[in-house]
Design a protein around this ligand. Structure first.
Ligand SMILES: [Zn+2]
Ligand SMILES: [Zn+2]
Length: 127
């Protein structure tokens, strides 16, 4: 898959914005295949069904094309965050920082490391 900013740039697997996806090393945009969007629920208190129901379509003059299958992407907004979705494969396109902003609206599930363990860890490092 290639970035929408430059068709010669390859998207690479990364999890720089709080969730894994395919990111452009040049412009920082992230592509999340539908499975990746659905898997957000494992890390955050996130419901894919609610997400799909609550987002609002946005009119845009120039539409971008899906990096995966070339279908036209539809633009949406939710929590003042903008993203595009492919009606064909359900993948989602986030410009740099947008995925991070979206995830700010969901509470992160507690990880295996408890807050107390983290404090102990910081003590060890003499913070
Ligand atoms: Zn790019
Ligand atoms: Zn697609």
């Amino acid at each position: 898959m290639h970035c929408l900013c430059d068709k010669t740039l390859k998207l690479t697997y990364a999890d720089g914005e709080g969730h894994c996806g395919y990111q452009c090393q040049s412009c920082g945009a992230i592509w999340l295949p539908r499975k990746f969007v659905q898997s957000i629920k494992h890390t955050y208190h996130f419901s894919y069904t609610d997400f799909i129901a609550n987002r609002t379509p946005v009119e845009r003059e120039v539409s971008q094309l899906c990096p995966d299958d070339g279908h036209t992407l539809t633009d949406y907004t939710l929590f003042e965050v903008n993203f595009s979705e492919c009606a064909c494969c359900g993948g989602m396109w986030f410009e740099k920082g947008e995925l991070h902003n979206l995830l700010q609206n969901y509470q992160r599930r507690s990880s295996n490391i408890s807050a107390l363990d983290k404090l102990d860890f910081l003590n060890l490092l003499n913070f």
